[in-house]
Design a protein around this ligand. Structure first.
Ligand code: GRF
Length: 195
């Protein structure tokens, strides 16, 4: 069985969509893959409760308890490794990871980013797309490398920007597409890993 560990920081709506897709598409039976744990860097992440309700193991590694990014990353790596993951999925995980975490999980670590990368890496992507006058934005799932939001692209979805859109309305429209994109991209990533 290929274990999947999901890292979150907040509402965990992508995580919930992945878990729902896994159930509906019978990943366990058809792909020998399953989400086994959800880990958050914040104890107050609403997604933790959603994960518990879905019957998943949850864990908190609070970044605030560590003096440096590297010390946090080392502990996070230990926590993740305990689940022997084939794939580690960042789903709204809002910490920049150092090579201390990225290197041991490279080529089995993926992220979802709310823009059509390589456009708009970093934060406030929807506002930046609006300010630039883009007609389309979207979301990208990519392999994580030490450089922020710069790893090889696995899959993307394009979303039109409509007259009157705000960062808020775009967030909502892009997220509905993220919920379809991420489960699909996870299966693509697993195929690459086992190929
Ligand atoms: C998503 O929009 C994702 O693209 C970005 O953070 C958001 C996470 O939302 N990286 P949620 O925690 O999955 O609800």
């Amino acid at each position: 069985m290929k274990n999947i560990v999901i890292l979150i920081s907040g509402t965990g709506s992508n995580m919930a969509a992945i878990v729902q897709a896994q159930r509906q598409q019978q990943w366990r039976e058809r792909h020998q893959a399953e989400v086994v744990a959800v880990i958050s860097n914040r104890a107050d992440a609403a997604g933790l409760q959603k994960a518990q309700e879905a019957g998943l193991a949850t864990q908190v590694v609070e970044h605030k308890s560590f003096p440096t990014r590297e010390a946090f990353d080392a502990e996070l790596a230990r926590a993740v490794q305990a689940y022997d993951p084939a794939l580690v999925v960042l789903a709204g995980f809002m910490r920049v990871l150092t090579p201390v975490f990225v290197q041991p999980f490279e080529r089995r670590l993926i992220n979802i980013h709310p823009s059509l990368l390589p456009a708009f890496p970093g934060l406030h992507t929807h506002q930046r797309a609006l300010d630039a006058g883009c007609r389309f934005t979207g979301a990208t799932v990519h392999w994580v490398t030490p450089e922020l939001d710069a790893g090889p692209i696995i899959d993307q979805v394009a979303v039109p920007i409509l007259p009157g859109d705000t960062a808020q309305s775009l967030t909502a429209r892009v997220q509905t597409q993220e919920y379809l994109l991420y489960p699909r991209a996870i299966l693509q990533a697993l195929q690459k890993i086992t190929a």
